[in-house]
Design a protein around this ligand. Structure first.
Ligand code: NAP
Length: 240
């Protein structure tokens, strides 16, 4: 029987690349989205085994409803990829409380809501893989991205602690910390800054969504069965 993966924020960027790659590799895919309905529907038209589900990951009730729809269509979730996220580039001193809260609600609250909802089934089945998408800035911190960096660091702590708690239940929890990846999220980076970032990267390029998706596919596979609580940099050597 095909395994089922739930990918949050699967309408664009890294999440969309994950949805395509997992589908091509025989998974049933629950592709969560919020605003980009047209992209999510187009994805589902391209692949038979993709179920697009609209839900705001920061809302526990919408998340519960999403999991209910997923279970009804595909049964229990085998793999959860907590990918949905938003960024904020601003001086810390200019950051408003509501902006701080919004980042935490989506980037951290979303991980909490989806993981808690899916964990029950995984514990019952004594198997499961949880893959959280953090960021290189959650490891190093980024100037003018304090709120974002703080949310991504929280995901690393969450990953390590949950790996210890769920390991005895046969569930692995890992984290990917991508470097600069070519998606809409980096649309605000000007050409000059992008050149500098590329120059600072040993592999002399920025990453593609597929680079992150293929690491997620590996972590979801049986080949990664002895790996948990780890943070994997997919960053072209930017941070070693
Ligand atoms: P992106 O292209 O901006 O896509 C973000 C995705 O998240 C979209 O599918 C969006 O859905 C979804 N999303 C946002 N808020 C949501 C919410 N409240 N509920 C449900 N879905 C929501 O971003 P990306 O670059 O692919 O980033 C994906 C993840 O990788 C993020 O966690 C990001 O922090 C992390 N990351 C990215 C980079 C990078 O360089 N790109 C580097 C390190 C880490 P809709 O469009 O449907 O609203």
């Amino acid at each position: 029987m095909n395994k089922t993966v739930l990918i949050t924020g699967a309408s664009r960027g890294i999440g969309k690349a994950c949805a395509k790659l997992f589908c091509e590799n025989g998974y049933n895919v629950v592709a969560n989205y919020l605003n980009s309905e047209r992209d999510a529907v187009a994805l589902a038209e391209e692949f038979e085994n993709i179920l697009p589900v609209k839900a705001d990951v920061s809302d526990e009730y919408q998340v519960a409803h999403m999991i209910e729809l997923a279970n009804r269509r595909f049964g229990d979730i085998d793999v959860l990829i907590n990918n949905a996220g938003v960024a904020l580039q601003k001086l810390f001193t200019d950051t408003e409380k509501y902006e701080w809260d919004r980042l935490f609600d989506i980037n951290v609250g979303g991980v909490f809501n989806c993981t808690r909802e899916v964990a029950h089934g995984m514990i019952r089945n004594h198997r499961g893989k949880i893959i959280n998408i953090s960021s290189i800035w959650g490891v190093t911190g980024a100037s003018c991205e304090v709120a974002y960096s703080a949310t991504k660091a929280a995901i690393i702590g969450f990953t390590k602690a949950l790996a210890k708690e769920l390991g005895p239940s046969g569930i692995s929890v890992n984290c990917i910390a991508p470097g600069i990846i070519d998606t809409d999220m980096n649309g605000m980076i000007d050409a000059e800054t992008m050149e500098e970032l590329i120059d600072e990267t040993p592999l002399q390029t920025i990453g593609k969504p597929y680079d992150v998706a293929s690491m997620a596919l590996y972590l979801a596979s049986d080949s990664a069965s002895f790996i948990t609580g780890q943070v994997f940099g997919v960053n072209g050597g930017f941070l070693i």
